[in-house]
Design a protein around this ligand. Sequence first.
Ligand SMILES: Nc1ncnc2c1ncn2[C@@H]1O[C@H](COP(=O)(O)OP(=O)(O)OP(=O)(O)O)[C@@H](O)[C@H]1O
Length: 369
Amino acid sequence: MSYLDIRNLKKRYTKNGPLVIDDVNLSVDKGEFIVFLGPSGCGKTTIIRMIAGLEDVTSGEIMIEGENIVGKQPKDRGVSMIFQSYAIWPHMTVFDNIAYPLKLQKVGKDEVERRVRSVAQATDITGMLDRYPAQMSGGQRQRVAVSRAIVVEPKIFLMDEPLSNLDAKLRVSMRTELKNIHEKQHSTSIFVTHDQSEAMSMADRIVVIYKGRIEQIGTPMEVYMDSATKFVAEFIGTPPTNFFDVTIREIGGRLKAVNNSFEFNVPDELEEALKPYEDKEVDMGIRPEFIGLSPELERTEWHLSDTVISFVEPQGSHSILITRIGETEVKIHTTSHMYIKPSTTAALNVEPDKVMFFDRETTKRIRKP
Ligand SMILES: Nc1ncnc2c1ncn2[C@@H]1O[C@H](COP(=O)(O)OP(=O)(O)OP(=O)(O)O)[C@@H](O)[C@H]1O
């Protein structure tokens, strides 16, 4: 049994309405930092509101340390939550804001003093305890909201897009701060975001959610390098994965992924997995950094196509090149500082073990058996 176990969780907002959460299962270990990642409307907020007890569960169980908390009052669940709009009270000092939940729990005065100061140290607002929220910046107010949520030492700390009201620069620095606070407090945290770079930089494990279902659970590197579905490969990474419509065919005794623009040799290790797809259409995905460019027109066994580069977007450390293969726009992320001029003709070769194929119907990755 894990620290938090979510089993067969389902949610309908109305009796005959759609299942907005459709059989979610998740186990979280004590001290983990979990990020729920997915597009707007996929159900992230609904799940954490059900954990917090702010929303009814249609069916399923939410177990914390082996006890099913479904049906319990929010205040009895040992869970704290902060929101996008950090609701702190304007008429109270920072100290009183943080102390408030402890006073509700009738914690003694000395203990309140000790815990507020200890949390304020972790969130780096010790010098501001006598201020009022109006005298603070957005980032500082969000730190007060975090302090107030963690001062009660919750079993689970839930955060619903807590950084989205902050400006871009502060957002990035608050990521590191929140992660630091998490490390110091050893809290078990669930953080909701639709921003994949926020998820990648903060999570121990990412839960990718789409249309009320979990697409994949994994470390940031796992969901990036080993995407389980077409949605995950598309949603994670900037620029996103390039996709091609291809048909699997045997040509000259070799399995190939074919369309009007290329005949690409299926990598050896995927031959067996792709054999049942012969004469069927599948989606082929390649991340922009796994397409190699040869202006000398050198073609390897894993040659995709020759092409003319249409646009170049220099990024300093690398460039993003934009081209077309047939009807498909393709983005290439160069791995060096080399500058390629627009209108350059080049051969595109692929790293064979980085090519992904997805089943058209299930959208799942076709893996070697
Ligand atoms: N109170 C409600 N009544 C009916 N439907 C709702 C209600 N709240 C949310 N929904 C629907 O449930 C689905 C999931 O919504 P939810 O807010 O959980 O998504 P989300 O992933 O958190 O989105 P966002 O990133 O935009 O906040 C959506 O289709 C939404 O329209």
